[in-house]
Design a protein around this ligand. Structure first.
Ligand code: BTN
Length: 312
């Protein structure tokens, strides 16, 4: 199976570096039969590659934003790509039980989920992925993973698209459109722990890239709406994973500082909504254990660990 995948990647490399290339040349280059080349080409076409077969050879037409395992073969994790799943979180958790580390990506999700039991609309064109890792962190430090993931997502978007984005507590990536705050991406963390140790963490990342935004989500926005063009999702994914791994090696204080610098929440009057009720106050800072520190109108200092945050 692994060899098959790598042969396909090699065929793609050859197709990408030649305007036209014959089956015979590919076969000679990779020391495989012409029938094998033909089978791989068929399989690649099935994955969505527009490969045309002409009397002089094969031509790969550029599909600007095709996501496949082959396009992401240089990532430092095993990549599982699916056309359609219920939720990448479910697949990643199953792999987590099997002891793996991996990235699970889907073109569409039928039961995408967000924070606070919300559904996450996941049509074709977005980045819907779950990063399954086994970090050497205690359960108390797990909060760092969402801060790291939202920072990595924001930095990757900025680097690849040149737009400026911000963070909203706890982990939304925000774009400011004429002073209105629009949500570009969100993070969902699910942890499997034993006693005080993280056994594995599944970090779900949803980014609106080239997908349509549902009319049911007036506060959401996509990169396509902002930039007016198609962004190659694989570029964002690669930059995001690279930055995530780099930040994972940083010390926690630095992570919280970076997050604070990029945040629209700190220094703002906010309303926090959670199942037990609502609280309003001034967001002062993040505590060392990842909570949002609020000062209420009654001058009470509160530590908030979860909930939805509204900037007032
Ligand atoms: C949020 O509510 O802001 C978090 C959204 C997280 C969505 C992503 S998309 C990939 C992964 N699979 C899911 O079902 N959810 C996360």
């Amino acid at each position: 199976m692994k060899n098959y995948t790598s042969t396909k990647s090699k065929i793609l490399e050859l197709l990408k570096s030649h305007h036209i290339i014959s089956g015979e040349t590919i076969a000679k280059n990779l020391k495989i039969s012409r029938t094998a080349v033909w089978k791989h080409i068929k399989a690649l076409q099935k994955k969505g590659y527009n490969i045309q077969s002409t009397p002089k050879g094969y031509i790969l037409k550029n599909n600007h934003d095709l996501l496949t395992e082959e396009e992401l073969s240089d990532l430092p994790y095993k990549v599982y790509f699916f056309q359609k799943v219920t939720s990448t979180m479910d697949i990643a958790k199953d792999l987590g039980e099997k002891g793996e580390e991996a990235i699970v990506i889907a073109e569409t999700q039928t039961k995408g989920r967000g924070r606070m039991q919300r559904t996450w609309h996941s049509p074709s064109g977005g980045i819907w992925m779950s990063l399954l890792i086994r970090p050497s962190l205690s359960l108390k430090q797990a909060f760092l993973l969402t801060y790291i993931a939202s920072l990595a997502t924001a930095f990757a978007i900025e680097k690849i698209t040149n737009i400026k984005v911000y963070l909203k507590w706890p982990n939304d990536v925000i774009y400011k459109l004429n002073k209105e705050e629009k949500k570009l991406a969100g993070i969902l963390l699910e942890i499997k722990a034993e006693i005080d140790e993280i056994k594995y963490a599944v970090i779900g990342i949803g980014i609106n890239v080239n997908n349509e935004i549902s009319f049911l989500e007036p506060k959401a926005i996509s990169l396509k709406e902002i930039t007016g063009k198609i962004t190659q999702r694989k570029k964002i994914i690669k930059e995001l994973i690279f930055t995530f791994n780099k930040l994972l090696r940083e010390n926690p204080k630095e992570i919280l500082n970076l997050w604070k610098e990029k945040s629209l929440t700190i220094g703002r009057n906010v309303k926090i909504i959670h199942p037990e009720g609502e609280i309003e106050g001034l967001a002062l800072k993040l505590s060392e254990d990842g909570a949002l520190i609020l000062k209420t109108q009654q001058e009470k200092i509160l530590k908030i660990y979860s909930g939805d945050c509204i900037h007032l």
